[in-house]
Design a protein around this ligand. Structure first.
Ligand code: NAD
Length: 274
């Protein structure tokens, strides 16, 4: 389905990003995968290659100001163009608002809002400009082009202990709608996918004591078992989604069947919150 298309997926070493990269590659896209965690990223790259996919792995942090330009350039140097960008990289740093530090607030806005903004801005010369040139030359864009940003039900509805994350994940919806309006005349679509409870490192039991290393800090990930139990039954399907099911929502919006869908936030929640 994505033959002759190039897709960039950030935060693709594990979880939803890795499943998305694998699904795009399986469906014929050339994929550029990025992650903070270079070791796990290399394993994911090897898995995609072993399955017959074409993949380039670029380790690095999407919150480094210069990184988005480097990532776009590396993708175009390798594959000549960019059709799909999935702004997926993310993590949580939870705390009640009255105890939340400025650092904790800012770090989560940096990863969930500022990084996608910079990524899209860095994409402009490689996505907006070719679309414009094609319209001038042929009267219409000659390639499919789409951006998908990752939101969350925490953003759409708010969530206790996640003032920073909820603000970022609703901010990305505003960015998505604005890009849909600014770049829509060039045939470029921009959508968001808001996930509910997907079973990844982010949402596994806190008892697993998983953490993410951000600079000097190890930030604890995971949620308490009682919250996991409640989150599961909130869905009429009474279970968390798998990373593969989450990837399905992303790939769906990048597919030709979504060619008239833009500015939309697709809730992939197993029906939670209906
Ligand atoms: N799991 C859920 O239930 C859920 C729900 C709603 C939204 N989300 C969102 O989905 C996205 C993927 O999360 P996941 O559940 O797969 O978590 P995950 O922890 O399994 O994967 C996230 C990946 O992003 C990477 N990452 C973090 N910071 C980075 C940075 N600065 N630069 C590059 N890579 C970075 C991590 O190393 C990790 O490999 C995130 O944006 C998350 O907020 C997840």
């Amino acid at each position: 389905m994505f033959q002759n298309q190039v897709a960039i997926i950030t935060g693709a070493a594990r979880g939803i990003g890795a499943a998305t990269a694998k699904l795009f590659a399986q469906q014929g896209a050339q994929v550029v995968i990025n992650d903070l965690d270079g070791t796990v990223l290399a394993t994911t790259r090897a898995e995609i290659e072993a399955a017959g996919g074409t993949v380039l792995a670029i380790p690095g942090s999407v919150t480094e100001a210069a990184f988005p330009n480097q990532l776009m350039k590396a993708a175009v140097d390798a594959f000549g163009k960019i059709n799909i960008l999935v702004n997926n990289a993310g993590y949580t740093w939870d705390g009640m608002v009255h105890k939340m530090s400025d650092e904790q607030w800012q770090a989560i806005l940096d990863i969930h809002v500022t990084a996608p903004f910079r990524m899209i801005r860095a994409l402009a010369p490689y996505m907006r400009e070719p679309a414009k040139a094609e319209i001038e030359q042929y009267g219409a864009p000659q390639e499919p082009r789409v951006i998908i940003n990752i939101s969350s039900t925490s953003g759409l509805h708010g969530n206790i202990g996640q003032a920073n994350y909820a603000t970022g994940k609703l901010g990305i919806v505003g960015l998505t709608k604005t890009i849909a309006k600014e770049w829509g005349p060039l045939g470029i679509r921009c959508n968001a996918v808001a996930f509910g409870f997907i079973d990844t490192r982010l949402t596994r039991s806190k008892e697993n004591r998983e953490s993410i290393q951000v600079g000097e800090r190890a930030i604890a990930l995971g949620i308490p078992n009682e919250v996991r139990a409640v989150a599961s039954v909130r869905s009429p399907l009474e279970r968390p989604g798998t990373p593969e099911e989450a990837a399905g929502g992303i790939v769906l919006l990048a597919s030709p069947w979504a060619s008239y869908i833009t500015g939309h936030t697709l809730e992939v929640t197993g029906g939670a919150g209906i």
